[in-house]
Design a protein around this ligand. Structure first.
Ligand SMILES: [Fe+2]
Length: 166
């Protein structure tokens, strides 16, 4: 990849590589959390988002090909940080509370992913590549759907928290 980014195309190419790294890392995060989740509904939601995320990886790779760029990843320290924080929280947390912690981590990851796709879409549209934008918009919409499901399940899990007197 590039030493320095000197054109909008190089910057976008690099960012698309970081997106590929992000989606690959998300598969590992989901695998880890599926293993640690206690509730069947949580496991199920994470597993179905894992399937969607595999499709996201394929779409990002296809975006490289449509742009005639070599499929190559770039570093993405943000997702590594989210992974590290999530793992540390799961390790610290009692099994009775771990589903909430896992879903909180998932919600934060979804927001990060949505920000990444939002930026990509702005820059790809600016390049006049609506074909690539349409492809990556599928990932954006899928992440939005996942965020809503994670949010709803997180609220359901949190609802059993004993009320704290004022
Ligand atoms: Fe996601």
């Amino acid at each position: 990849m590039f030493e320095r980014l000197n054109t909008p195309q190089e910057a976008l190419n690099y960012k698309l590589g970081a997106t590929l790294k992000m989606e690959q890392k998300v598969l590992e995060i989901l695998d880890d959390n599926i293993e640690h989740a206690q509730d069947g509904k949580v496991k199920q939601l994470l597993s179905s988002h894992r399937e969607e995320s595999e499709k996201h990886v394929g779409n990002v790779e296809e975006a490289f090909r449509l742009l005639d760029w070599e499929v190559d990843d770039s570093s993405c320290p943000a997702i590594e940080g989210l992974e590290k924080e999530g793992k540390a929280m799961v390790k610290k947390t009692d099994d009775a509370l771990v589903d909430s912690v896992i879903l909180q981590g998932a919600l934060e990851v979804e927001h990060h992913e949505l920000g990444v796709y939002e930026n990509l879409l702005i820059n790809i549209k600016a390049m006049g590549r609506d074909d690539v934008a349409r492809l990556l918009h599928q990932n954006f919409e899928s992440e939005q759907g996942a965020l809503e499901k994670v949010r709803a399940l997180q609220a359901e899990v949190a609802a059993v928290t004993p009320k704290q007197p004022a």
